[in-house]
Each structure stands twice: as C-alpha cells, then as structure tokens.
Design a protein around this ligand. Sequence first.
Ligand SMILES: NC(=O)c1ccc[n+]([C@@H]2O[C@H](COP(=O)([O-])OP(=O)(O)OC[C@H]3O[C@@H](n4cnc5c(N)ncnc54)[C@H](O)[C@@H]3O)[C@@H](O)[C@H]2O)c1
Length: 256
Amino acid sequence: MKKQTGGLVEGKIAVVTGAGQGIGAGIAEMLASHGAFVIVTDINLERAEATAKKIRDDGGEAIAEYFNVADFPNVKKETERLASLRGRIDIWVNNAGITGTARVEDITLEDWDRMQTLDIKSVFFCTQAVFEIMKRQNYGKLVHISSMAGERGGRSSSCAYSSAKAGVLNLSKCFALSGGKYNITSNCVCPGRTLTAMAQGLSWLTDPNDAPEKTIPLCRFGTPEDIAGAVLFLSSDISSYVTGDVIDVNGGLYMK
Ligand SMILES: NC(=O)c1ccc[n+]([C@@H]2O[C@H](COP(=O)([O-])OP(=O)(O)OC[C@H]3O[C@@H](n4cnc5c(N)ncnc54)[C@H](O)[C@@H]3O)[C@@H](O)[C@H]2O)c1
C-alpha cells in the first residue's frame, strides 16, 4: 500500500498490536499509507520487522518492537517505553488475539482462561496503560478489534472466544465513557470471515455450506485491507464525534 500525500492520519503516532501478520499487518500498512508513523508490535519480532520493512519499502514510516499484550506485570512499563520512542501515542489498535474452536460441551478451564487472558484481559490492561498516556496528551484514538462472534455468538469459533470478544465491545464503551473529557475516543471494529492465518482452523473456510457466494451478501470473504479501512476511519479526526460505537465489516453476513 503506497504512502499517499495528505493522508487521514498524517503525522500521528500509531501502535498496532499483533501486527506481524494478518489483520494487524493490514491495519499497520493502511495507517502508514495515510501518513502515520506506525510502531508495529508483536510477540513475533521477525514478522513485525517484515511488516515494518514492507511499509518503509512503500514510502511509509514504521519500526518494529517486541510487545507481549499478555505480559501483565510489564504492560504499563512497556507501553510507556513505546510512547517514549516518538514522544507520544495518538492511536492504539488492540488487534492481537487468538481463537479456539471447542464446542461448548468440550471447553476446558484451561481453554477458557487462555482465551480470556489473550482476548479480553490483555485488551483491558493495554488500554488502561495507554489511557494514562492519552490523558496526558488530551488526545487519543482507541480502536479494539472484536469480532462478529462477539455480537452473535461463536459458530465456527468457540464460546470462550466469542464471550471474550463480547467483553471487548463492553470495555470499549467504558473507556469511551471515561475518555470523552480527555478528547479520547474508544470504538470497536467487528470483522466477519477474514482471510488470515487464524481462519485456517475455522470451519467456514472449507465447509461448502459456508461458501461465500451462498452466505455472504457481498459474495466473498473479507481481507485485512477491508478491516483496516474501518480502523483508519476510527483512528482519524474525521470520526472525532464517534465514540463507544462499533463498525461491522462482514460483507453483510450479519446485519443488526
Ligand atoms: N480472521 C478472522 O476471520 C477474524 C474474525 C474476527 C475477528 N478477528 C480478530 O482479528 C484480530 C487479528 O486476527 P488475525 O486473523 O489477523 O489473526 P492472526 O492469527 O493471523 O494474527 C494474530 C497476530 O497476533 C499475534 N499475537 C498473538 N499473541 C500475542 C501476544 N500475546 N502479544 C502480541 N501479539 C500476539 C500473533 O503473533 C499474530 O501476529 C484478532 O483479535 C482476531 O480475534 C479475526
């Protein structure tokens, strides 16, 4: 994605978690193509470096940093470290996550705790850490990647996953309520069926009954770029009066 001039987030400093691949990489590339300096973070530093290099090769600005969203004792310190790299953080995208496919009958305590740790506890504590930085700046855009499963229940993904993603929809509203007076917005994007590595383990990818031309009004699965477009809007000042809200990016598969 080549860098454009006069982009929607020109001069902003953005952090994207889990941006070594998939939707996170797509978001990092989209924000950079619209002028943000992107701190590409992941637990897989090699993949984060590859995303940052691609951005630089396309004329954008990005660096890669190791950041584990679930390293709770260090999340606050590490978030402050990320802020110190460019002096501020204008945009924070909570994208990192994992999924699971166990049926309700089969979910174990371990599955449940793992999903809650990676898919909601991490989102809360990362947001709490960056919220302090954004308060000091009197400016911030928080964007959380939830899921269509968080809105309508997990079908190919497990209840442990969908419940965590439902919680993200709610915590986003809590930060919207607390952040308004500091010029901080907090919103969610709910992807539908999106072609990434995560999708490889999910039944909709291969089940003929779930073929997109049969089930999705726009007749195709989503791409990371599709999701990134909504994140760009919520990260930019053209959405300055939007907070506590949700954008569904699912090709019309689920209409509220
Ligand atoms: N792909 C879909 O169909 C789909 C649908 C709805 C929602 N989502 C959500 O979108 C987000 C991105 O999903 P994706 O499909 O790109 O997944 P993915 O598995 O392709 O990528 C996830 C990235 O997160 C990173 N990550 C994992 N644990 C981490 C940790 N502890 N700290 C930091 N980074 C970590 C991984 O290294 C990887 O780079 C997730 O929150 C996912 O739940 C995806």
